[in-house]
Design a protein around this ligand. Structure first.
Ligand SMILES: Nc1ncnc2c1ncn2[C@@H]1O[C@H](COP(=O)(O)OP(=O)(O)OP(=O)(O)O)[C@@H](O)[C@H]1O
Length: 314
């Protein structure tokens, strides 16, 4: 096995300045299901990005296209300026998926050794175990490892090719709070060396704590993109509900002060940090009636922001 880099060196992908990820007009249809609907996203090298959204938002479908595992129905996915499959072929990208890929009878170290044997150029197995925070359990059989340890093992496997981009699809599903915290602190420490990280999650708290940037997806589209503080600010505030007709969701979204819109027939919910101004606008300029203003907590607001209409009884 060869190690081609200095210990501690950071992988710098060659196309200088190319975004780590660039999705343009990305779409995916599965028959009648429109899973991803014109998604544009640019992730710079070195960013830690959370892809946050509820079940069925299109996170995994988007990640699959980002990893070249499935082809877009329209639009393009580029990774370091290349077709994703070329980037993966060059060892620039590795993925940590939710499950699968582990042989239960091997030890932790044997598993990473086996992964290393698949690559021509690798980082040392010891270093990968160290960085994933599992150096102390190298001799443990995979079947004896907790869910959190198995996910860290998957992360160690992903580090073997010293990828410039690591993509993690809901890697902490099923972990307890401590397991989750340990897992993310290993990822964050590793990312300090300049690695780009994109992870999918359901958890606003997790996204806020561990990502530099949160991309909020809902029904195959990006509904917000910003820092944790910006997203949380969006998720607070009030909702102005009204019965009205005549304005499209685009026109409603353009009302001054409106952050997001839900439109179900004649029933309109406008989310805003300045609900008084929005209510005034509605009375002055539209046929709105039955107007009510409600405050909501962070979690409720987040669900409303990303919520699946099916779950809201539409
Ligand atoms: N192979 C497929 N065939 C048909 N529909 C699919 C397929 N894969 C995904 N879908 C549908 O596409 C939509 C998006 O699914 P996706 O798995 O990307 O969401 P997600 O945000 O990753 O959800 P989760 O958080 O539950 O993993 C869903 O409606 C899903 O049922």
């Amino acid at each position: 096995m060869m190690t081609t880099q200095q210990p501690g060196a950071t992988t710098i992908p060659d196309p200088q300045g190319a975004p780590a990820i660039e999705l343009v007009g990305l779409e995916k249809r599965f028959g009648s299901v429109h899973a991803v609907r014109g998604l544009d996203l640019t992730v710079a090298q070195g960013e830690i990005v959370a892809f946050l959204g509820p079940n069925g938002a299109g996170k995994t479908t988007t990640i699959d296209m980002m990893l070249g595992l499935s082809m877009p129905s329209a639009g393009t996915a580029r990774v370091f300026g290349m077709d994703p499959r070329d980037a993966i072929g060059r060892g620039l990208v590795a993925a940590v998926m939710q499950s699968g890929g582990l042989l239960k009878d091997l030890t932790v170290r044997e598993t990473v050794d086996l992964t290393a044997s698949l690559f021509v150029q690798t980082r040392s197995v010891d270093e990968c175990l160290e960085r994933a925070g599992i150096a102390d359990i190298g001799d443990r059989k995979v079947q004896k490892c907790s869910g959190g340890q198995q996910q860290r093992l998957r992360f160690a496997m992903a580090l073997v090719s010293d990828p410039a981009l690591v993509v993690l699809d809901e890697p902490t599903t099923g972990m307890d709070v401590t397991g989750r915290r340990d897992f993310w602190s290993a990822i964050r420490q590793d990312a300090q060396r300049g690695r780009t990280v994109l992870f999918a999650t359901h958890y606003l708290e997790e996204a806020d704590q561990y990502a530099d940037r949160i991309v909020l997806v809902r029904k195959g589209q990006i509904v917000a993109d910003g820092t944790g503080a910006q997203i949380k600010a969006m998720a607070t505030g009030r909702t102005v509900r009204a019965t009205m007709s005549g304005l499209s969701d685009r026109q409603l979204a353009a009302i001054p002060g409106v952050d997001s819109v839900e439109l179900q027939g004649d029933s309109v919910s406008l989310h805003s940090k300045d609900s008084d101004a929005v209510a005034r606008y509605l009375f002055a300029n539209t046929n709105a009636r039955d107007v009510e203003i409600t405050a909501r907590g962070l979690e409720d607001a987040f669900i409303a922001l990303t919520g699946d209409d099916d779950q809201q009884g539409a």
